[in-house]
Ligand binder design. Structure first.
Ligand code: IVH
Length: 687
């Protein structure tokens, strides 16, 4: 879950910085941006994110393992957007769109063109198949072509009527599932009362609820829907006007919001209605992120066509991100795992786009200096990508007297070591720094590093605070007796944690390297370094030679010379990496790891080809009885096999667990062998 959160945050940051860059107001240097993208790619790869859902993939892909996928008879596309971030005014953009559509419809340049303007509710799209008036299938948008079957969930939630008073033929309706503010707040209040984390916002909450494998209890949460179109119909006729279609749906008992739409004949009129909704946005019983303007004559829709991404019959009007003024209470400096210092604004809590915001990023000290935000100031806060709160401006004219500019730290706030600057960033260089240590230990134990179950933030906090752990290798000397003394730790969990540490010793050099959070060393580079050098001794002795300026070593990483993984590393990165690896503290950690019996060669997890697995392609689906998907994948790869995400003619085996999706069906169609975990274990033994 944490990784998923992190991934979302990274995605939002990337989108935000892309937009700032495009608008000519880059907030961070290119290298820092590349760094974010690299972190995103590594985490997306690591958490096994469906490639279709990645930032670089089509928007909207949302497949969840365990849900059957269904092909949409009519694709679920997106809408083109009018955006306040563009240089042209919203009116000019909309006039342009009207002009193009009039031309497509052979209308005069200034002819009236009837459009319907509707609110754009911020939920998740759904396609609903009704047969004989009964809801028979509900499917998410997915990648637009195929989505997940969520019929059980939608019915259990009572989000849409299971029957409509329109019982002829069959038809597919499209709409948005959403969580009204009040029901959402009620649910969050219940979560808080029972000591659980509240859900960040209604939209994510809806997505999570709809993807609950077990739909029991969904009826109580209050998720609902509003419907806005008919995708296709057979054996039943709908009117040829968007407004009349909505009326027909309302008459049939479908949730449509006739009283919230308006007809308009010209761009100015349409825009005025959009603007009127922007001002009442905060008081609506649900969240909207814009408005949708549609040509009312649906009979013309097919003539208008569109691109593979959006139809030409409609356009979305995006509201500017919600922005609020609040008081900046204080600025504090957080220390990341590689020592990076980031200024953070502590705010007087403010409701923003569905959540209470009391903290916001100030990016870096250069940016902070530019904004000159000071404790006591009224600042404007906005959510980048509607997720991460940012301070976007200071109301200097309201500045109270006696404020002082924030002084760039010269020492680390956690350990007082003098800070170093690199580009626009500041770093704490002390590897023993307690704040860094906490972050590093959490990272060291994280799933893609040493994957130590049970070693989350709360435990690490105590390991550093109470047990005075000061370096990653020390976790391997923890005893059950020590761990047992920590808060919320029973004997059994203590034993489990110590056992988990023991098990983590075999993960191999690449994961150790990644886990040590060496600056510039992401997961891919960690693997490359491990494979290139083979073991920690070779790597460290190379690093020492590099740091000492030995020309043979330096040349090996020169971009135009040498070969293998490290050739081509930028000079700046290699300096940083090898200087750090040659440093005394890192040397001590490696010595400690070796003494604890941690495997420090690439071969620890290296491939030992097993006949029957080597060169074969596997697809894992569903939940296996004892192995996690990562473990099963690692075992297959370690035996020379390949693991891919979808079943094709090239797949040799599908490993089937419980609650598998449609991959079984696909495997059967293609005649691919299907085995279970026991079958996989048999293969792994057969050498
Ligand atoms: S019409 C081709 N009308 O906004 C898609 N969409 O990209 C046509 N949405 O996720 C969609 N309210 O689910 C339409 N009144 C409305 C809408 C609406 C919300 C969502 C839709 C999609 C996105 C459009």
């Amino acid at each position: 879950m944490k990784e998923v959160d992190d991934l979302e945050k990274l995605a939002a940051q990337i989108r935000h910085h892309e937009a700032r860059y495009r608008a000519g107001h880059a907030e961070i240097p290119d290298a820092a941006f590349d760094d974010l993208v690299e972190q995103y790619a590594v985490l997306a790869e690591a958490t096994g994110v469906d490639p279709r859902t990645r930032l670089d993939a089509k928007p909207g892909a949302d497949h969840t393992e365990g849900f059957a996928t269904v092909e949409h008879r009519v694709p679920m596309l997106s809408l083109e957007k009018l955006s306040p971030a563009k240089d042209e005014s919203m009116l000019a953009q909309l006039q342009g769109w009207f002009g193009r559509r009039r031309k497509d419809l052979s209308l005069a340049e200034d002819a009236d063109m009837l459009v319907l303007v509707e609110p754009k509710i911020d939920g998740i799209s759904v396609s609903l198949l009704y047969e004989g008036g009964r809801l028979v299938r509900a499917v998410t948008r997915g990648d637009g072509r195929r989505g997940d079957d969520v019929t059980k969930q939608v019915l259990a939630a009572g989000a849409v009527p299971s029957r409509l008073k329109l019982s002829d033929g069959s038809y597919e309706l499209r709409g948005e599932l959403y969580w009204p503010r009040e029901a959402f707040e009620r649910h969050n209040a219940r979560l808080r009362e029972s000591g659980q984390e509240p859900i960040a916002n209604p939209r994510n909450g809806t997505a999570g609820m709809v993807k609950r494998k077990d739909p029991s209890g969904l009826g109580d949460v209050g998720i609902t829907a509003f419907l806005y179109s008919v995708a296709w119909a057979n054996g039943v006729k709908f009117p040829r006007s968007q407004f009349e279609i909505l009326q027909a749906l309302a008459d049939a008992g479908a949730p449509v919001y006739l009283d919230r739409v308006a007809r308009a004949l010209a761009p100015e009129e349409a825009l005025a209605f959009c603007d009127s909704y922007e001002s009442k946005r905060a008081e609506l019983p649900f969240e909207i992120d814009g408005m949708v303007i549609k040509i009312d004559d649906t009979g013309k829709w097919s003539q208008l066509g569109g691109t593979g991404h959006h139809p030409h019959w409609g356009i979305a009007y995006k509201f500017p991100p919600e922005r609020k003024a609040t008081t900046l209470l204080q600025i504090w400096v957080s220390v990341g795992k590689s020592g990076k210092l980031t200024p953070v604004a502590e705010l007087s809590p403010v409701q923003l786009a569905g959540t209470t915001v009391s903290r916001a990023s100030l990016h870096n000290f250069v940016e902070l200096q530019r904004k000159d935000a000071r404790a006591g100031d009224k600042v404007l806060v906005e959510k980048a990508g509607d997720i991460i709160p940012q301070v976007v401006g200071v109301l200097v004219e309201e500045r109270p007297s006696g404020t002082v500019a924030f002084a760039r730290p010269t020492v680390c706030p956690s350990c007082s070591a003098p800070v170093l600057s690199e580009d626009i960033f500041l770093y704490c260089p002390n590897p023993g720094c307690p704040a860094q240590l906490r972050e590093r230990l959490v990272h060291f134990a994280s799933r893609r590093a040493l994957d130590i179950e049970g070693m989350g933030d709360a435990v690490v906090e105590q390991l550093v605070g109470k047990l005075r752990l000061s370096a990653p290798h020390e976790i391997f000397s923890l005893t059950v007796k020590q761990v047992e003394q920590l808060d919320r730790m029973g004997r059994k969990s203590a034993e489990n944690l110590v056992r988990a540490c023991e098990g983590a010793k075999a993960r191999g050099l690449a994961r150790v390297l990644y886990g040590l959070a060496i600056r510039h060393v992401g997961e891919t580079l960690a693997t490359d370094l491990a494979e290139h050098f083979g073991n920690a001794d070779a790597l460290l002795s190379f690093a020492r030679q590099y740091a000492a300026g030995n020309p043979a070593a330096v040349e090996r990483v020169a971009p135009q010379k040498g070969s293998g993984a490290i050739a081509g590393l930028a000079k700046k990165s290699s300096d940083s990496i090898f200087f750090e690896l040659s440093s005394e503290p890192v040397g001590r950690v490696f010595a400690g790891l070796a003494a604890a019996g941690v495997k420090l060669d690439a071969g620890a997890r290296a491939m030992i080809r097993i006949e029957g697995i080597a060169d074969k392609t596997f697809v894992l689906t569903g939940t296996l009885p004892t192995l996690s998907r990562d473990e099963a994948g690692d075992l297959i790869r370690a035996a020379g096999g390949k693991v891919t995400g979808s079943v094709s003619k090239k797949t040799d085996f599908v490993v089937l667990g419980e609650e598998a999706g449609n991959k079984l069906e696909k495997a059967q169609q293609l005649g691919v062998r299907v085995i279970d975990e026991a079958g996989l274990r048999e293969l792994l033994k057969s050498d």
